[in-house]
Design a protein around this ligand. Structure first.
Ligand code: ZN
Length: 338
């Protein structure tokens, strides 16, 4: 049983560990919330920040809690959405999600991607060095976005942790991180959430969904409660995922080499898309395996051994992409084996 009312679904064991650290006042200097996209790592990190900063156990009602929720508390620094030329240019809007000074990103050379660079971390360090009362928390989302130079700079910050300061870091691809950074963090492994828990969350938060709508949201969410919420809230997101899901199903069930190559080309243009694809495929293959374990199909291309082999290949593809292999070739070779 959890003591606090976490605004997340699933991964209760990890949350219990965090509560335990909090209650026993054994707070690490750095936590790494590691696991698939959209399972609630950032939401959990932010609630943990609230627990640490609020003087009344994350009450949700005091001034500290209100400022934390509005992302304007001076003891909470968030590095989430970054300024990108032509993509994300509204600094005022961004300040709500990433509340350190990022005007340097708008100057020459202007930032063109969401890579976290050394000059971003210099701004973060300036906030680390500011004196303040109470606990200071730095939430940095998807730290695999740091380039090598930034990662080395960040390592130096972690090596000399200031008093009463905690870094809450998230990553959805731990294999891309410097092992020396990981080893300085208490790693909290988050996983996909079981469909029953997602269904229960939807019943409470979206009571107007029909049973059929809810089942489809659960299905497309692929174990990701944050995605389930986005799907339930926004019909456009729902339509996009429906198309994505059908495409993937098609690629697995009706093998067509030309389609696979075209898909690989499209997906590999964007790192996030590659990640989304690998996670979706992993989910697909696992659920395939579970269904087949219950109801074996004679003469199927997908024997249990073949599925296990594919999942193994998929995991090594994730690592290869981390090691700077051409993502398009890696995705192509994976798809061609399906
Ligand atoms: Zn409070």
């Amino acid at each position: 049983m959890l003591k606090f009312d976490w605004p997340t679904t699933g991964n209760e064991n990890r949350l219990a560990e965090l509560e335990n650290d909090f209650e026993s006042r054994k707070i690490s200097h750095a936590y790494l919330f590691s696991g698939p996209m959209e399972v609630g790592k950032l939401t959990a990190a932010r609630f943990f920040a609230q627990l640490l900063i609020c003087r009344n156990q994350g009450c949700g009602e005091c001034d500290d809690c209100k400022l934390i929720r509005a992302n304007t508390h001076q003891n909470l620094t968030l590095v989430d959405e970054l300024w990108i030329e032509g993509v994300n240019e509204d600094l005022e809007l961004l300040a709500k999600k990433t509340n350190f000074n990022q005007s340097h990103r708008t100057k020459n050379p202007k930032a063109k991607t969401d890579t976290i660079r050394i000059d971003d971390l210099r701004e973060v360090l300036a906030r680390v060095n500011q004196t303040s009362d109470g606990w200071k928390v730095f939430v940095i989302h998807n730290i695999e976005r740091m380039n090598r130079e930034a990662a080395n700079f960040f390592l130096k910050i972690l090596e000399e942790p200031p008093q009463n300061t905690t870094f809450l870091l998230t990553t959805s691809n731990q294999s891309l991180l410097l092992p020396t950074i990981v080893s300085r963090c208490r790693v909290m492994n988050f996983g996909n959430v079981n469909p029953t828990a997602i269904d229960a969350m939807l019943r409470v938060k979206f009571p107007n969904l029909t049973e059929e709508e809810r089942n489809r949201v659960v299905n497309f969410s692929m174990g990701k409660p944050i995605r389930a919420q986005r799907l339930a809230e926004n019909p456009t997101v729902f339509r996009e995922f429906k198309e994505y899901f059908e495409k993937l199903k098609n690629l697995v069930e009706k093998p067509n080499i030309a389609e696979k190559l075209a898909f690989a080309e499209k997906v590999s243009a964007d790192n996030l898309e590659v990640q989304k694809f690998l996670e979706a495929l992993a989910y697909f293959l696992r659920s395939f395996m579970l269904t087949r374990a219950k109801q074996p199909v004679a003469n199927s291309r997908y024997t249990p051994q073949k599925l296990v082999e594919l999942i193994r290949q998929l995991n090594s593809t994730r690592k290869l992409i981390g090691g700077n292999v051409n993502p398009r070739l890696a995705v192509e070779s994976l798809l061609l084996q399906i």
